[in-house]
Ligand binder design. Structure first.
Ligand code: GRF
Length: 210
């Protein structure tokens, strides 16, 4: 009998409701998914994302920017806390802060972020609002490997979502989030089971060929 592979260790960072985190926690209940959430961190105390982790018995930590002298010190504390969980993959899921180049260097090619727009359109924190204002008929969500920019990294997965004539920002964002959660669960599972290869801007599931 062969030994089942060790599940990939996920650390998830959140700033709010944590429904994307919840989708990952639920997926990880199935051993065949190939991953488990070993830690959840936030820049904000008391958010529902942290409560979701606690209900699943997953250790949590909070590092608030305002509690540090400088942004560098905050970033270092985040990085140390994340590294302490020895993650195979760091998932930014509704984490509303940018991390530094030093943070990314600590987990090279292993930090992914989910964004509620079809990159490269509408980067930043107002993805659904900007899509609505622009009048696009289709928007969506993007999972990407984080680089030094704002929502600019190599694209791992995308899902398209139609914009309805009577959408407001909330209704559109909720429809995006439903699709986003499914995309995230699918893509993170594939990264855990197959690996990820990034060559320039091209991302493929599976081990690097060179
Ligand atoms: C998601 O749409 C994420 O892409 C965006 O904020 C939302 C977070 O949702 N940055 P949740 O906290 O996972 O419910």
């Amino acid at each position: 009998m062969s030994t089942p592979p060790t599940p990939a260790r996920l650390v998830v960072l959140v700033s709010g409701a944590g429904t994307n985190l919840q989708a990952l926690l639920d997926a990880c209940e199935d051993p065949a998914y190939g991953a488990r959430v070993v830690g959840v961190g936030s820049d904000r105390p008391g958010v529902e994302g942290l409560a979701r982790a606690e209900r699943h018995g997953v250790p949590t930590f909070v590092k608030q920017l305002g509690q540090f002298d400088t942004r560098d010190h905050w970033d270092l504390a985040m990085r140390r806390a994340v590294a302490g969980f020895e993650p195979d993959l760091v998932v930014l899921a509704g984490f509303m802060k940018l991390v530094s180049e030093e943070f990314l260097a600590e987990f090279p090619g292993r930090v992914v972020n989910t964004h509620p727009a079809l990159s490269p359109s509408f980067p930043g924190t107002r993805g659904p609002a900007d899509a609505l204002e622009h009048g696009v008929k289709v928007t969506g969500a993007t999972l990407f490997v984080v680089d030094g920019g704002v929502d600019t990294g190599p694209i791992v997965a995308q899902v398209a979502v139609p914009v309805a004539d009577d959408d407001d920002v909330d209704s559109l964002h909720e429809r995006i989030k439903a699709a986003e959660r499914a995309m995230l669960v699918d893509a993170v599972g594939r990264i855990a089971r197959e690996g990820l290869s990034v060559e320039g801007r091209k991302v493929r599931f599976g081990a690097p060929t060179t």
